[in-house]
Ligand binder design. Structure first.
Ligand code: ADP
Ligand code: UDP
Length: 236
């Protein structure tokens, strides 16, 4: 039995690198595609936003002297590259999928509209939302909250390399402990940085719950969809 009918899955660009220093690890990519097909085959409607941090981040470009807006455009294009890679990995295992772009660039992908997205989702097509929000100074976490709210997803699933939200960044503090559930307000009060504040606020104000979970362990996505308590649930 599935707990959620329509979900927005956010995948970290950085995780796509696997053990590499840069770019796309084909093993990691196909593992993601298999996990996604597994839930699509259960009838779950899956929208996806994928980051670009494995290729380019606007902020790190700015630190090296790039104009921030140009750097962010490069970051958004990086998300399109990752989206096309995921699209092709899904098609390779007979999982129907489409790429929509927040910036017009046909024929690489179709220009996004809510109507188009909902049509594809209703047809059982995994729909990948690329180029973030289409605006500089935003992140793909915010793009993901935005699309999740627009498509009226039941939940936003933040698939990452940590298995939930901790009292402190678990990659830096080994004494940090994990929350099973947490409210949006607690995230602000405890200043937890698993997602940026713009993304968190959009979800809070539009009542879109978030589950943060470890996407790098096979089968986890299906477990989340079936309502297993892995990861951390964020709610109002
Ligand atoms: N309180 C926290 N709990 C869990 N993870 C946290 C926390 N604070 C910071 N993080 C970091 O957030 C990251 C998850 O965000 P994600 O968007 O997937 O990463 P990235 O921005 O590197 O692509 C984790 O790798 C983790 O190191
Ligand atoms: O709406 C958006 C989404 C993303 N970006 C740019 O794209 C980069 C890659 O996205 P992100 O850092 O969110 O990817 P992730 O951390 O998930 O790999 C960001 O650094 C920004 O430069 C942007 O300008 N607007």
């Amino acid at each position: 039995m599935v707990k959620y009918k329509r979900v927005l899955l956010k995948l970290s660009g950085e995780s796509l690198m696997g053990d590499q220093q840069y770019g796309i690890d084909s093993q990691r990519l196909s593992e993601y595609a298999e996990q996604i097909k597994e839930i699509a085959d259960l009838g779950v409607q899956v929208g996806i936003v994928i980051g670009g941090g494995n290729i380019f981040r606007g902020l790190s470009g700015a630190a090296k002297g790039f104009d921030r807006v140009k750097g962010d455009s490069m970051g958004m294009l990086a998300t399109v590259i990752n989206s096309l890679a995921l699209n092709s990995a899904l098609e390779a295992i007979q999982c129907k999928s489409r790429v929509l772009t927040a910036i017009r660039m046909e024929p690489i992908g179709e220009f996004y509209s809510k109507q188009k997205a909902v049509d594809y989702l209703s047809q059982g097509c995994v729909t990948i939302f690329s180029a973030g929000t289409g605006n500089p100074y935003f992140t793909t976490d915010t793009g993901s909250s935005l699309r999740g709210i627009e498509i009226e997803a039941d939940v936003m699933l933040k698939g990452t390399r940590v298995d939930g939200i901790y009292t402190a960044d678990p990659e830096k503090d080994s004494t940090a402990t994990k929350f099973e559930t947490i409210t949006f307000d607690e995230i602000y009060h405890k200043d937890l940085r698993v997602m940026d504040l713009t993304a968190t606020t959009m979800c809070k104000e539009n009542n879109l719950p978030i589950i943060v979970f470890d996407m790098d362990t096979k089968g986890n996505l299906k477990q989340v969809i079936e309502g297993e308590n892995i990861g951390t649930l964020v709610h109002n």
